[in-house]
Design a protein around this ligand. Structure first.
Ligand code: ADP
Ligand code: MG
Length: 702
């Protein structure tokens, strides 16, 4: 077995800071850093030099092409490859060229990417712009090696058509408001605050030959039919179980590849469901983490393919088996290394921590619908609220100790204001020794405080984590802004901080919930508390374009009204399209595979009944099976007819909210009605005759 020296290979395919330091003239390196760190406008001359160094480096790595790598609103990354070669000279030679202009700006045709009406077709032009804060990398695959340059993607008129543009805008807004607040709290050193993100990725691995026999998996990423195997996850023997050989070999290659790309894949383990696994990287700066997570998903798929395996990133590939999510770990760290979500050891740090914590509570409570919307995804509808993932209700888990502090603050009035020497003192006696690592982790909470970070656990496994972070960054910035504005006007900051903590804690206590988020009682309790419960993506989308949302995003220049409206439109369209594809796949599979197979089986039964009875023996069992099968076959055919009718009606509707609603309310229901008799048939029909591999084959055969 080839041994891997991790320290040697880590980041070998990344145009990292170290590489830049080695290859760029000192002055250029310094100026580029002013752009990266302080957002100073990039000088075209600098870009020219960087492009040259990047090209040399990439060619040494074997690259022949470069691409502006971006994340349009399709959910996957996009790229358009250009080779480095120039037009041949008179002598017939070519040169390898890459200019500063080509580094900074690309012009992919925007017309084939979703824009939600932002771009008329006659204005098809779109631009990609270099995001110098996320390092370029060389990716190797069967197409050779390609220099990938992370970019933002916007329309001719500057509207964001991608995930990254609003993300960068939200990071900027959050940094500005954080520093403003920190100054008022006495911090004189920090210059910038950056959200850190560590997204844990769940996924399924199945055998590729079996996968290829499942048209539903191929077309939609999830199974649309399938009866539960006799053994599911009830034995709990998979979670953290020994990783099987074939999977271990796959994971080894995944790590090898990700490390080369500078993605610090750290932990890997089996997840709750059979064939389910998780990969967690070490956290990174928000936009880099978002890029890395896209690279993780791409790498999982590619390496699985090399191992004749298939990686399923869908949120719910198997009905009745745990689905997959992504846990978005989020904290806020200053350029001089202070994690603002770290409770710290001294009262001074504690009061700052407490204020920030309570600001986040307020933000989450005020924008619960929007936060839930940021995790809306067609596949996630199958997962949220299904007793295995957080419900669609947003609440915050704080842990016993912090909740106790909150309760004291609100009720006993013991948290009186007092001043001792130069130190801020909260008067809350339990404050000085926060337990750093909550041992009593709550896995059922969608937004849990876990020691020195929040973990947003609602995100779907296939979705980009960009939007959840755009939302968290912006809504937190908004509350920081509000607090800073109040503090700027007061002479007694300490007193004001104290009052604000108490006020916010009182007003937003309802968002805190430490109990079992999967229980039915919580659904009732949440309703009493007035917390929103947006069960489906279609119910959630309006939160993206509510006046409250628009106001918040516009205030911090993260999204314009037009950009938000376009995104809502894209989401309705995506929803209807995805369900339509599922319906069509079901119709195809039921008509061409399942019904013919069942008919063959009924013929075998009928023939058996005849021949057995001709021999003078009663064939009651065969007859009973024949009747049962025929009855279910009839139900199947009837439900199929209904699905064909409603899907056709849906397809004929004009895109938009009504169409998405129709697919949600009518088409999805017709799909369930078709699935039910088919899954019953699967339990009866001869396995040899069933036209596709079963759940048991898929999840226990790797
Ligand atoms: P668990 O599964 O118990 O939540 P893991 O160790 O699997 O814990 O994952 C924790 C994730 O949180 C990792 O991706 C880690 O890098 C990330 N993380 C740790 N500290 C921070 C932080 N301060 N900010 C953001 N993410 C963090
Ligand atoms: Mg976790």
């Amino acid at each position: 077995m080839e041994n891997v020296n991790v320290t040697e290979i880590f980041g070998e395919n990344v145009f990292s800071d170290k590489v830049m330091q080695e290859r760029l003239p000192k002055k250029v390196y310094k100026e580029l850093h002013e752009t990266i760190d302080e957002g100073k406008e990039l000088d075209p001359m600098i870009a020219e030099v960087v492009a040259g160094a990047m090209k040399e480096w990439a060619i040494e790595k074997g690259a022949t092409h470069y691409t502006h790598w971006f994340q349009p609103l399709t959910g996957v990354t996009a790229e358009k490859h250009d080779s480095f070669i120039s037009a041949p000279t008179k002598e017939g030679n070519v040169l390898m060229e890459f200019s500063g202009k080509e580094l900074i700006k690309g012009e992919p045709d925007a017309s084939s990417f979703p824009s939600g009406g932002l771009r008329a077709t006659f204005e098809a032009r779109g631009y990609t712009a270099w995001d110098c804060t996320s390092p370029a990398f060389v990716r190797k695959d069967s197409a050779g090696a390609t220099l990938c340059i992370p970019t933002a993607f916007c329309s001719y008129t500057g509207e964001a058509l991608d995930q990254k543009t609003p993300l960068l805008r939200s990071m900027e807004a959050l940094s500005v408001q954080t520093i403003r607040l920190l100054r008022l709290l006495g911090n004189t050193t920090s210059k910038k605050a950056t959200p850190s993100v560590g997204p844990e990725q769940e996924y399924f691995i199945v055998d590729r030959d079996l996968y290829l026999k499942r048209k539903d998996l191929i077309f939609t990423g999830r199974t649309l039919f399938g009866a539960m195997p006799p053994k599911g996850q009830e034995m709990d023997d998979h979670y953290f179980g020994v990783i099987r050989e074939r999977i271990a070999a796959f994971m080894k290659d995944v790590n090898r590849e990700l490390w080369g790309l500078g993605v610090s894949a750290k932990t890997q383990h089996n997840e709750v469901a059979p064939a389910q696994h998780e990969l967690a990287p070490i956290y990174a700066q928000c936009n880099v983490a978002v890029d890395h997570n896209q690279m993780v998903m791409e790498t999982l798929k590619k390496v699985a393919y090399d191992h004749n395996l298939q990686c399923l990133l869908h949120e719910k590939p198997f009905d009745g088996v745990n689905g997959s999510g992504k846990h978005n770990n989020w904290s806020l760290i200053t350029d001089d290394g202070i994690n603002l979500l770290d409770p710290g050891k001294t009262p001074h740090e504690n009061i700052q921590f407490l204020l920030i914590l309570i600001c986040i509570l307020k933000a989450v409570d005020e924008h619960a619908e929007l936060l839930r919307e940021s995790a809306a995804d067609v596949g996630n509808d199958q997962r949220l609220g299904a007793n295995e993932a957080p419900p669609a209700i947003i609440s915050v888990f704080l842990g016993e100790q912090l909740e106790d502090v909150l309760t004291q603050l609100i009720s006993t009035g013991e948290a009186t204001h007092s001043k001792r020497g130069e130190k801020l003192h909260t008067g809350v006696r339990t404050l000085p020794d926060f337990r750093k690592d909550a041992t009593d982790r709550n896995r059922t909470s969608p937004f849990a405080f876990t020691g020195n970070k929040f973990e947003f656990r609602m995100v779907g496994s296939r979705d980009s984590v960009a939007m959840p972070n755009v939302v968290i960054n912006t809504i937190v910035a908004e509350v920081f802004d509000e607090v800073a504005t109040i503090l700027e006007k007061t002479d007694d900051v300490e007193m004001a901080v104290h009052d604000l903590i108490k006020e916010f804690a009182t007003n937003h206590q309802r968002i805190v919930f430490n109990g079992n988020g999967y229980s039915d009682e919580w659904i009732e309790e949440a309703k009493r508390r007035g917390l929103p419960n947006l069960k489906s993506m279609v119910d959630a989308i309006p939160a993206l374009i509510s006046e409250k949302t628009i106001k918040t995003f516009e205030k911090y220049n993260v999204f314009t009204r037009a950009e938000l409206e376009s995104r809502a439109e894209i989401q309705y369209e995506t929803y209807a399209k995805a369900v339509n594809i599922e319906a069509k796949a079901m119709i195809d599979i039921a008509s061409k595979h399942i019904i013919p197979a069942v008919i063959r089986y009924t013929k075998v039964l009928a023939d058996t009944v005849n021949s057995v009875e001709t021999a003078g023996v009663t064939a009651n069992v065969q007859r009973e099976l024949l009747e049962e099968t025929s009855m279910l076959l009839e139900q199947t055919k009837k439900s199929l007819n209904v699905l064909i009718e409603v899907a056709a009606k849906g397809s004929a509707m004009e895109d938009g909210e009504d169409c998405a609603r129709y697919f949600h309310d009518v088409v999805s229901k017709a799909m369930v009605d078709l699935r039910t008799p088919v899954d019953q048939l699967e339990m009866i029909v001869d396995k040899e005759m069933w036209p596709m591999p079963s759940y048991g084959d898929l999840i226990f055969e790797v």
